[in-house]
Design a protein around this ligand. Sequence first.
Ligand code: C5P
Length: 222
Amino acid sequence: VKGIQIAIDGPAAAGKSTIAKITAEKLGYTYIDTGAMYRALTHKAIEQGIDINDGDALENLLKETEIILLPSTVVQSVIMDGRDVTDAIRSEGVTRYVSAAATHEGVRKRMVEKQRELSEGTGVVMDGRDIGTAVLPDAELKIFMTASVEERALRRHIENEKRGITSSLEQLKAEISERDRADSERVVSPLKQAEDAFLIDTTQMTIEEVAGKISKLAEAGI
Ligand code: C5P
């Protein structure tokens, strides 16, 4: 049995990747962080001084870029053109520009193709913004994970503190809201709950509760 496809979408910092990793580990599935792929491209564009708003330039850049997601249950390492960019793609600069880079149709088309290839022949947990609506429309289980913006900013703030990164709660809130707005308002595959997705509001839930709920839904789907 190869397993099912599980799509997890939702706004920024809703805990999608944490939950996706736990779920993938439990089921022995492959975890695919699609946001990391858009981040890697954005990182390379910034490095090379390429205009984030130039869709053709970004698509050409993507054509000659190799992005590999190394499977791991702890940190999903991201290797771009043979370099480990796992930490670099989480930088403030990349976070600021990634939504603009992700608006371009040509870029998205190539990313979606690659994401579908990665999910072939294996049970998969994929997280992003358009997985249930565009990348894996036939996924057996679709989750739309949300939480209030205050809660999401607070979680990111605490996570940063643990990593020794100073951040301002107000600034995080503004950054997250702005990214949600950009991702929801873009023309191509905007952030949107798929009609057949289960909505999980995690504002008042622990990681264990959310993971448990998804496991139950997955078992029912298997
Ligand atoms: O998931 P993460 O926050 O790392 O994603 C970074 C950005 O990449 C999102 O804000 C969004 O603009 C873009 N993205 C996307 N489609 C996906 C995953 C991420 O447009 N499937």
